[in-house]
Write a protein that binds this ligand. Structure first.
Ligand code: ASP
Ligand code: MG
Length: 450
């Protein structure tokens, strides 16, 4: 058995969905289970309905829902009669959504309502994909992942309950595969024990795929996207960037955390224990070998250095705390982290000196509250418009002269926070956002000569 997950761009329209069917057809002997995202951009479009409901703007809301339906209808027409036959079900669900949003007019949506809204795209796309298989003469039962993926009720980033999920996945999906079918289901969504819809967080379809892969002990998890795997850098910034043929779980997680938008950062987690490989593949170039992420990966060196890839992430805020009384005192860091915990704000990179600490935050949502509480511990100032650059490689800590070479290449950009974790595979630092692309280019040139 394998799990084959197709992201939004791989189900963007009828042509993409037909390509998906052909890709899966070449893998029937591997007994695939198909996991899909919403059609490209649909999750964003759905979430953009929330403020319209809050503003009570029914005209714009109706137009936006109409456009979404139109997009799914056009896709169905491009696929054929089997897909057209599921349009009434999608339209009914859109009507239900419209009623739910109508009931929320004049107030912000509650977290549970936001999840019910955001998860609709996957329900609709998976209907179309299952129909496309039927159109191609394949038996592709549609499975509602909300009846399999049991989660807690942390809406917006719910945590799967692995035992129940595993048991249900085996009970529900295995027989379908054994009967020769290609089950089609949704990434990203789940439900609480009372059936309230939840989501696993943005980009969570990859995570669903790997959770399913772990539950079923599959041979591999394929992640189909629109680039040919993990790369030495973002090809939009470094056109000569190359694909990594192999990567370790650790590298994949680092790259995913720091900006390579190919994989959800948690994708490797469920697969580590069983050592199940993840293969990242390009649905527009299905013959490209892609990147295989696995524990025994032979990590090739791409230049005369230990560096294997460079990623960056913009939209970062640096929070600095200066507190002379932390000198020689204990409990300071704990007090500081309690503030972040209280406001559920994730810290990515941390660097600490004798009397000051700098941390990076991606989601500025509750920054005001964080700064207010941190101010009780010391002097606090923030810097916005920053970017994190992550240089990932093998044995980075043990290579003499690497840091000097790295920071020479970064110049003239100013480096603000430097961090090298205990894992010997990355060096992370902060620069101004506008310097990011240039820094990535110069580092790529320095370490790969292109
Ligand atoms: N459709 C969801 C999102 O856009 C989940 C995913 O694509 O992985 O976040
Ligand atoms: Mg994704």
């Amino acid at each position: 058995m394998i799990v084959a997950k197709f992201g939004g761009t791989s189900v963007a329209d009828a042509a993409a969905i037909r390509r998906l069917v052909e890709i899966v057809r070449t893998r029937l002997a591997d007994r695939p289970i198909v996991v899909v995202s919403a059609l490209a951009k649909v999750t964003d479009t759905l979430l953009a309905l929330a403020p319209l409901a809050c503003a009570g703007d029914d005209v714009t809301l109706d137009a936006a829902i109409g456009a979404l339906l139109e997009r799914h209808a056009a896709t169905a027409h491009g696929i054929g009669p089997a897909a057209e036959a599921v349009l009434p079900a999608i339209a009914d669900d859109a009507a239900a959504l419209r009623r739910e949003l109508g009931a929320a007019f004049g107030r912000p949506l509650r977290p549970a309502e936001l999840d019910a809204l955001a998860g609709r795209g996957e329900l609709w796309s998976s209907r179309l994909v299952a129909a496309a298989f039927a159109e191609a003469g394949l038996d592709a039962p549609w499975v509602d992942m909300r009846t399999v993926m049991l989660t807690d009720n942390r809406f917006g980033r719910a945590t799967p309950q692995m035992q129940v999920f595993t048991a249900r996945a085996r009970e529900r999906l295995r027989p379908l595969v054994e009967a020769g079918g290609v089950p089609v289901t949704q990434g990203f969504i789940g439900a609480t024990s009372d059936g309230t819809p939840t989501t696993l967080g943005r980009g969570g379809s990859d995570f669903t795929a790997s959770l399913l892969g772990a539950a079923l002990g599959v041979q591999r998890v394929e992640i189909w996207t629109d680039v040919s795997g993990l790369m030495t850098a973002d090809p939009r910034i470094v056109p000569a960037a190359r694909t990594l043929r192999a990567a370790s779980y650790e590298e994949a997680a680092e790259l995913a955390t720091f900006g390579a938008r190919v994989l959800h950062p948690a994708t490797a987690l469920p697969l580590v224990r069983a050592g199940i490989p993840i293969v990242v593949l390009n649905s527009t170039r299905p013959d490209d070998p892609g990147t295989t992420v696995e524990p025994s990966a032979e990590l090739e060196r791409l230049g005369d250095s230990p560096v294997r890839s460079i990623s960056w992430k913009r939209g970062i805020t640096v929070v600095n705390v200066r507190a002379p009384r932390m000198l020689g005192a204990y409990g300071f860091l704990r007090a500081m982290f309690e503030v972040f915990e209280r406001h559920e704000t994730v810290v990515d990179v941390l660097a600490s000196g004798e009397v000051s600490v700098s941390l990076t935050v991606e989601d500025p949502g509750r920054l005001d509250a964080v700064v207010r509480d941190l101010s009780e511990l010391g002097e606090v100032w923030i810097e916005t418009g920053r970017a994190i650059v992550a240089v990932v490689g093998i044995g980075m800590r043990t290579t003499p002269g690497l840091a000097a070479r790295l920071f020479r290449a970064v110049q003239p950009a100013n480096v603000e926070v430097i961090s090298q974790g205990a894992s010997a595979i990355n060096v992370t630092f902060v620069v101004r956002e506008e310097d990011g692309p240039g820094v990535v280019r110069r580092l790529h040139q320095e370490f790969f000569g292109i």
